[in-house]
Design a protein. Structure first.
Length: 93
């Protein structure tokens, strides 16, 4: 068993509430679930609202999550799609 922090799910934070779905869900899947199943009003959030749920339950924006995933060995930094923008779910699953 390891205590290493990992990225566990794509997530969206809106008004201090974090929404996520288990992998292989992507951010658009979480957004659709928010709007259709939870009644969260549109527009679909973007930018800093998009990030990831970490194994300790915290929300991390894309760039912070990228560093967590690299340190945990979840991704190869040389194969990230757009490292300047941070982590994308496609980088993980």
């Amino acid at each position: 068993m390891t205590d290493r922090l990992t990225v566990v799910a794509a997530a969206i934070r809106l008004n201090d509430v974090v929404y996520s779905l288990p992998p292989p869900a992507r951010h658009h899947d979480v957004g659709i679930d928010m709007v259709l199943n939870r009644g969260v009003p549109a527009p679909y959030p973007s930018g800093d609202a998009q990030g990831f749920l970490l194994s300790d339950g915290r929300f991390a924006r894309r760039k912070a999550a990228m560093w967590v995933a690299i340190q945990a060995g979840q991704v190869d930094p040389d194969k990230l799609q757009t490292p300047a923008h941070g982590l994308f779910s496609e980088d993980l699953w």
